[in-house]
Design a protein around this ligand. Structure first.
Ligand code: UDP
Ligand code: MG
Length: 317
Protein backbone atom coordinates (compact mmCIF):
# COMPACT_ATOMS: atom_id res chain seq x y z
CA UNK A 1 0.00 0.00 0.00
CA UNK A 2 1.04 3.59 -0.64
CA UNK A 3 0.24 6.25 1.98
CA UNK A 4 0.11 9.94 1.21
CA UNK A 5 0.62 12.20 4.22
CA UNK A 6 -0.68 15.76 3.97
CA UNK A 7 -0.61 18.42 6.74
CA UNK A 8 -3.71 20.59 6.83
CA UNK A 9 -3.98 23.94 8.57
CA UNK A 10 -6.96 26.14 7.68
CA UNK A 11 -7.32 24.81 4.15
CA UNK A 12 -11.15 24.83 3.89
CA UNK A 13 -11.07 26.83 0.64
CA UNK A 14 -9.07 24.26 -1.27
CA UNK A 15 -9.56 20.97 0.51
CA UNK A 16 -12.11 19.51 -1.95
CA UNK A 17 -9.86 20.38 -4.86
CA UNK A 18 -6.93 18.76 -3.08
CA UNK A 19 -8.75 15.55 -2.25
CA UNK A 20 -10.15 15.09 -5.72
CA UNK A 21 -6.74 15.76 -7.33
CA UNK A 22 -5.03 13.27 -5.01
CA UNK A 23 -7.77 10.66 -5.57
CA UNK A 24 -7.58 11.05 -9.36
CA UNK A 25 -3.80 10.70 -9.34
CA UNK A 26 -3.81 7.65 -7.05
CA UNK A 27 -6.70 5.91 -8.84
CA UNK A 28 -4.70 6.19 -12.06
CA UNK A 29 -2.12 3.85 -10.48
CA UNK A 30 -2.59 0.17 -9.75
CA UNK A 31 -1.73 0.68 -6.09
CA UNK A 32 -3.79 0.20 -3.00
CA UNK A 33 -3.59 3.56 -1.21
CA UNK A 34 -4.56 5.64 1.80
CA UNK A 35 -4.31 9.35 2.37
CA UNK A 36 -3.50 10.54 5.89
CA UNK A 37 -4.68 14.10 6.49
CA UNK A 38 -3.17 15.64 9.59
CA UNK A 39 -5.32 18.43 10.96
CA UNK A 40 -2.83 20.75 12.63
CA UNK A 41 -5.21 22.59 14.95
CA UNK A 42 -7.16 24.29 12.13
CA UNK A 43 -9.42 27.12 13.28
CA UNK A 44 -11.72 27.03 10.25
CA UNK A 45 -13.99 24.19 9.11
CA UNK A 46 -11.11 22.03 7.81
CA UNK A 47 -11.61 19.32 10.46
CA UNK A 48 -15.34 19.01 9.61
CA UNK A 49 -14.47 18.70 5.93
CA UNK A 50 -11.83 16.07 6.70
CA UNK A 51 -14.22 14.04 8.84
CA UNK A 52 -17.00 14.21 6.23
CA UNK A 53 -14.56 13.03 3.59
CA UNK A 54 -13.33 10.28 5.88
CA UNK A 55 -16.89 9.05 6.44
CA UNK A 56 -17.51 8.89 2.70
CA UNK A 57 -14.17 7.59 1.45
CA UNK A 58 -12.46 4.50 2.91
CA UNK A 59 -9.08 5.69 1.57
CA UNK A 60 -9.04 8.55 4.06
CA UNK A 61 -7.44 8.55 7.52
CA UNK A 62 -7.67 11.72 9.62
CA UNK A 63 -5.22 12.54 12.39
CA UNK A 64 -6.40 15.43 14.55
CA UNK A 65 -3.61 17.08 16.54
CA UNK A 66 -4.22 18.59 19.98
CA UNK A 67 -3.32 22.11 18.78
CA UNK A 68 -1.37 23.85 16.04
CA UNK A 69 2.13 22.34 16.21
CA UNK A 70 3.49 23.71 12.94
CA UNK A 71 4.31 22.11 9.61
CA UNK A 72 7.06 19.77 10.86
CA UNK A 73 5.05 18.68 13.91
CA UNK A 74 2.12 17.78 11.65
CA UNK A 75 4.31 15.90 9.20
CA UNK A 76 6.05 13.95 11.97
CA UNK A 77 2.69 12.82 13.39
CA UNK A 78 1.43 11.76 9.95
CA UNK A 79 4.57 9.76 9.20
CA UNK A 80 4.11 7.80 12.42
CA UNK A 81 0.47 6.96 11.64
CA UNK A 82 0.91 6.09 7.93
CA UNK A 83 0.90 2.33 7.34
CA UNK A 84 1.99 2.16 3.70
CA UNK A 85 4.92 0.19 2.33
CA UNK A 86 5.79 3.49 0.68
CA UNK A 87 4.84 6.88 2.08
CA UNK A 88 4.57 10.08 0.08
CA UNK A 89 4.71 13.44 1.79
CA UNK A 90 3.22 16.54 0.19
CA UNK A 91 1.79 19.95 1.11
CA UNK A 92 -1.94 20.51 1.09
CA UNK A 93 -2.03 23.61 -1.10
CA UNK A 94 -1.39 21.83 -4.43
CA UNK A 95 1.99 23.52 -4.82
CA UNK A 96 3.23 19.94 -4.98
CA UNK A 97 1.29 18.67 -8.03
CA UNK A 98 -0.46 15.30 -7.47
CA UNK A 99 0.30 14.41 -11.09
CA UNK A 100 3.87 13.64 -9.91
CA UNK A 101 2.65 10.92 -7.51
CA UNK A 102 2.48 8.16 -10.17
CA UNK A 103 6.02 9.05 -11.34
CA UNK A 104 7.36 8.64 -7.83
CA UNK A 105 5.57 5.32 -7.46
CA UNK A 106 7.14 4.10 -10.73
CA UNK A 107 10.61 4.92 -9.32
CA UNK A 108 9.75 3.08 -6.10
CA UNK A 109 8.53 0.04 -8.05
CA UNK A 110 11.83 0.12 -9.97
CA UNK A 111 13.66 -0.27 -6.65
CA UNK A 112 14.24 3.23 -5.29
CA UNK A 113 13.72 3.51 -1.54
CA UNK A 114 13.89 7.28 -1.34
CA UNK A 115 12.45 9.38 -4.17
CA UNK A 116 13.14 13.11 -3.90
CA UNK A 117 11.02 15.52 -5.91
CA UNK A 118 13.30 18.33 -7.06
CA UNK A 119 11.88 21.64 -8.30
CA UNK A 120 12.82 22.35 -11.89
CA UNK A 121 11.06 25.68 -11.64
CA UNK A 122 9.05 27.46 -9.04
CA UNK A 123 6.03 29.75 -9.32
CA UNK A 124 5.86 31.96 -6.27
CA UNK A 125 3.61 34.99 -6.21
CA UNK A 126 5.12 36.24 -2.91
CA UNK A 127 8.01 38.34 -4.22
CA UNK A 128 10.17 38.29 -1.07
CA UNK A 129 9.98 34.49 -0.82
CA UNK A 130 10.63 34.08 -4.53
CA UNK A 131 13.87 36.01 -3.94
CA UNK A 132 14.87 34.26 -0.70
CA UNK A 133 14.20 30.59 -1.58
CA UNK A 134 16.92 30.20 -4.24
CA UNK A 135 19.39 32.12 -2.07
CA UNK A 136 18.70 29.84 0.87
CA UNK A 137 19.11 26.71 -1.26
CA UNK A 138 22.44 27.93 -2.68
CA UNK A 139 23.71 28.87 0.77
CA UNK A 140 22.53 25.61 2.32
CA UNK A 141 24.12 23.62 -0.50
CA UNK A 142 27.46 25.30 0.28
CA UNK A 143 27.14 24.96 4.07
CA UNK A 144 25.89 21.41 4.43
CA UNK A 145 28.48 18.85 5.54
CA UNK A 146 26.43 16.08 3.94
CA UNK A 147 25.25 16.12 0.30
CA UNK A 148 21.55 16.99 0.34
CA UNK A 149 19.69 17.58 -2.94
CA UNK A 150 18.96 21.28 -3.18
CA UNK A 151 15.70 22.79 -4.47
CA UNK A 152 13.80 20.02 -2.74
CA UNK A 153 11.27 20.35 0.06
CA UNK A 154 9.26 17.70 1.84
CA UNK A 155 7.67 16.46 -1.41
CA UNK A 156 8.89 12.93 -2.06
CA UNK A 157 8.49 9.25 -1.30
CA UNK A 158 10.20 7.03 1.24
CA UNK A 159 9.76 3.28 1.50
CA UNK A 160 8.97 1.57 4.78
CA UNK A 161 12.59 0.85 5.65
CA UNK A 162 13.73 4.43 5.06
CA UNK A 163 10.67 5.75 6.91
CA UNK A 164 11.29 3.51 9.93
CA UNK A 165 14.84 4.90 10.01
CA UNK A 166 13.58 8.49 9.85
CA UNK A 167 10.91 7.82 12.47
CA UNK A 168 13.49 6.31 14.81
CA UNK A 169 15.48 9.56 14.91
CA UNK A 170 14.87 11.31 18.21
CA UNK A 171 15.97 14.85 17.34
CA UNK A 172 13.43 17.59 17.82
CA UNK A 173 14.64 20.27 15.39
CA UNK A 174 13.93 18.33 12.25
CA UNK A 175 14.79 19.38 8.72
CA UNK A 176 12.98 16.67 6.80
CA UNK A 177 14.69 17.02 3.38
CA UNK A 178 18.02 16.71 5.19
CA UNK A 179 17.02 13.65 7.22
CA UNK A 180 15.59 11.97 4.12
CA UNK A 181 18.91 12.36 2.33
CA UNK A 182 20.93 11.52 5.44
CA UNK A 183 19.39 8.04 6.00
CA UNK A 184 20.74 6.98 2.60
CA UNK A 185 19.28 3.87 0.88
CA UNK A 186 18.67 3.65 -2.86
CA UNK A 187 17.81 7.12 -4.11
CA UNK A 188 16.05 8.48 -7.17
CA UNK A 189 15.03 11.96 -8.22
CA UNK A 190 11.97 13.13 -10.12
CA UNK A 191 11.77 16.69 -11.41
CA UNK A 192 8.65 18.84 -11.29
CA UNK A 193 7.47 22.39 -11.76
CA UNK A 194 6.32 23.87 -8.48
CA UNK A 195 2.98 25.58 -8.85
CA UNK A 196 1.66 28.55 -6.92
CA UNK A 197 -0.78 27.98 -4.06
CA UNK A 198 -4.20 27.26 -5.64
CA UNK A 199 -6.17 29.26 -3.07
CA UNK A 200 -6.06 30.79 0.39
CA UNK A 201 -3.05 32.38 2.02
CA UNK A 202 0.36 30.83 2.78
CA UNK A 203 0.19 29.43 6.31
CA UNK A 204 3.82 29.48 7.39
CA UNK A 205 4.95 32.63 9.20
CA UNK A 206 8.19 34.34 8.24
CA UNK A 207 9.66 33.57 11.69
CA UNK A 208 8.84 29.87 11.36
CA UNK A 209 10.65 29.83 8.01
CA UNK A 210 13.70 31.42 9.61
CA UNK A 211 13.64 28.81 12.37
CA UNK A 212 13.39 26.09 9.71
CA UNK A 213 16.38 27.54 7.85
CA UNK A 214 18.39 27.48 11.10
CA UNK A 215 17.23 23.90 11.76
CA UNK A 216 18.53 22.97 8.32
CA UNK A 217 21.93 24.59 8.76
CA UNK A 218 22.54 23.71 12.42
CA UNK A 219 21.57 20.07 12.03
CA UNK A 220 23.64 19.42 8.92
CA UNK A 221 26.64 21.68 9.23
CA UNK A 222 29.52 22.25 11.63
CA UNK A 223 30.69 25.17 9.55
CA UNK A 224 29.05 28.00 11.56
CA UNK A 225 30.80 26.64 14.66
CA UNK A 226 34.13 26.59 12.90
CA UNK A 227 33.87 30.11 11.54
CA UNK A 228 35.15 31.67 14.80
CA UNK A 229 38.25 29.48 14.77
CA UNK A 230 38.90 30.40 11.12
CA UNK A 231 38.47 34.12 11.92
CA UNK A 232 40.84 33.67 14.86
CA UNK A 233 43.53 32.23 12.61
CA UNK A 234 43.00 35.14 10.20
CA UNK A 235 43.39 37.68 13.03
CA UNK A 236 46.56 35.96 14.28
CA UNK A 237 47.92 36.12 10.73
CA UNK A 238 47.20 39.85 10.49
CA UNK A 239 48.82 40.35 13.93
CA UNK A 240 51.90 38.44 12.77
CA UNK A 241 52.24 40.55 9.59
CA UNK A 242 52.01 43.72 11.67
CA UNK A 243 54.62 42.39 14.11
CA UNK A 244 56.94 41.64 11.20
CA UNK A 245 56.46 45.14 9.86
CA UNK A 246 57.64 46.34 13.31
CA UNK A 247 60.87 44.41 12.81
CA UNK A 248 61.27 45.93 9.37
CA UNK A 249 61.15 49.31 11.04
CA UNK A 250 58.21 50.40 8.91
CA UNK A 251 56.00 51.52 11.81
CA UNK A 252 53.76 54.15 13.21
CA UNK A 253 53.33 54.55 16.96
CA UNK A 254 50.06 52.63 16.75
CA UNK A 255 51.43 49.53 15.03
CA UNK A 256 52.46 47.62 18.20
CA UNK A 257 49.05 48.35 19.73
CA UNK A 258 47.16 47.19 16.67
CA UNK A 259 49.33 44.09 16.33
CA UNK A 260 48.65 43.22 19.98
CA UNK A 261 44.90 43.74 19.43
CA UNK A 262 44.84 41.37 16.48
CA UNK A 263 46.84 38.78 18.41
CA UNK A 264 44.52 38.90 21.40
CA UNK A 265 41.35 38.85 19.28
CA UNK A 266 42.79 35.93 17.30
CA UNK A 267 43.60 33.97 20.44
CA UNK A 268 40.12 34.60 21.85
CA UNK A 269 38.41 33.47 18.67
CA UNK A 270 40.52 30.35 18.47
CA UNK A 271 39.59 29.52 22.07
CA UNK A 272 35.95 30.13 21.17
CA UNK A 273 36.41 27.79 18.20
CA UNK A 274 37.75 25.11 20.55
CA UNK A 275 34.69 25.49 22.78
CA UNK A 276 32.49 25.37 19.68
CA UNK A 277 34.02 22.00 18.70
CA UNK A 278 32.93 20.60 22.04
CA UNK A 279 29.48 22.19 21.74
CA UNK A 280 29.10 20.58 18.30
CA UNK A 281 30.04 17.20 19.69
CA UNK A 282 27.63 17.62 22.61
CA UNK A 283 24.90 18.42 20.07
CA UNK A 284 25.78 15.26 18.15
CA UNK A 285 25.63 13.19 21.32
CA UNK A 286 22.28 14.51 22.55
CA UNK A 287 20.69 13.98 19.12
CA UNK A 288 21.73 10.34 19.30
CA UNK A 289 21.68 9.83 15.56
CA UNK A 290 22.79 6.27 14.79
CA UNK A 291 26.33 5.95 13.47
CA UNK A 292 25.15 3.82 10.56
CA UNK A 293 22.03 2.18 9.19
CA UNK A 294 21.96 -1.33 7.71
CA UNK A 295 19.97 -1.90 4.53
CA UNK A 296 20.32 -5.68 4.52
CA UNK A 297 22.48 -8.46 5.91
CA UNK A 298 23.20 -11.22 3.39
CA UNK A 299 23.70 -14.81 4.49
CA UNK A 300 22.22 -14.73 7.98
CA UNK A 301 18.63 -14.18 8.92
CA UNK A 302 17.94 -11.57 11.54
CA UNK A 303 21.59 -11.38 12.50
CA UNK A 304 22.74 -8.75 14.98
CA UNK A 305 19.25 -8.62 16.47
CA UNK A 306 17.96 -6.51 13.57
CA UNK A 307 14.37 -5.53 14.07
CA UNK A 308 11.82 -6.82 11.59
CA UNK A 309 10.73 -3.86 9.57
CA UNK A 310 7.17 -2.71 9.80
CA UNK A 311 6.50 -3.72 6.20
CA UNK A 312 7.61 -7.28 6.94
CA UNK A 313 5.23 -7.37 9.87
CA UNK A 314 2.43 -6.09 7.64
CA UNK A 315 3.16 -8.68 5.01
CA UNK A 316 3.25 -11.44 7.64
CA UNK A 317 -0.13 -10.26 8.93
N1 UDP B 1 0.60 23.77 7.63
C1 UDP B 1 0.43 23.08 8.83
N2 UDP B 1 0.64 23.75 10.00
C2 UDP B 1 1.04 25.05 10.05
C3 UDP B 1 1.25 25.72 8.82
C4 UDP B 1 1.03 25.06 7.63
O1 UDP B 1 0.07 21.92 8.82
O2 UDP B 1 1.22 25.58 11.13
C5 UDP B 1 0.34 23.06 6.36
C6 UDP B 1 -0.48 23.82 5.36
O3 UDP B 1 -1.85 23.57 5.51
C7 UDP B 1 0.05 23.27 4.04
C8 UDP B 1 1.50 22.95 4.35
O4 UDP B 1 1.60 22.86 5.76
O5 UDP B 1 -0.61 22.08 3.68
C9 UDP B 1 2.45 23.99 3.83
O6 UDP B 1 2.07 25.26 4.24
P1 UDP B 1 2.01 26.49 3.24
O7 UDP B 1 1.56 26.03 1.91
O8 UDP B 1 1.26 27.60 3.85
O9 UDP B 1 3.53 26.85 3.17
P2 UDP B 1 4.21 27.75 2.06
O10 UDP B 1 3.69 27.33 0.73
O11 UDP B 1 3.81 29.13 2.42
O12 UDP B 1 5.65 27.44 2.23
MG1 MG C 1 2.59 26.12 0.15
Amino acid sequence: MVSIVIPIYNEEEIFHLLHSAVSTAMNSTEEDWEVVYVNDGSKDSSLDLLLQTQAADPHVVVVDLSRNWGHMGAITAGLRVAQGDAVILMDGDLQDPPSVLPEMIVEWRKGAQVVTAVRRSRKESRKLLAFIFPLFHKFFGAMSDYPIPINAGIFGLVDRQALDSINSLQEGNRYFPGLRAWVGYKNAIVYYDRADRVGGEGKLSFMSRIKYAFDAICSFSYKPLRISAACGVLCLGIGAVLALSLLAGNVSVYTPLIAAMFFLAGLQMICLGAVAEYVGRIYDEVRRRPLSLIRQVYGRSNAYGLQQTHSEELRAA
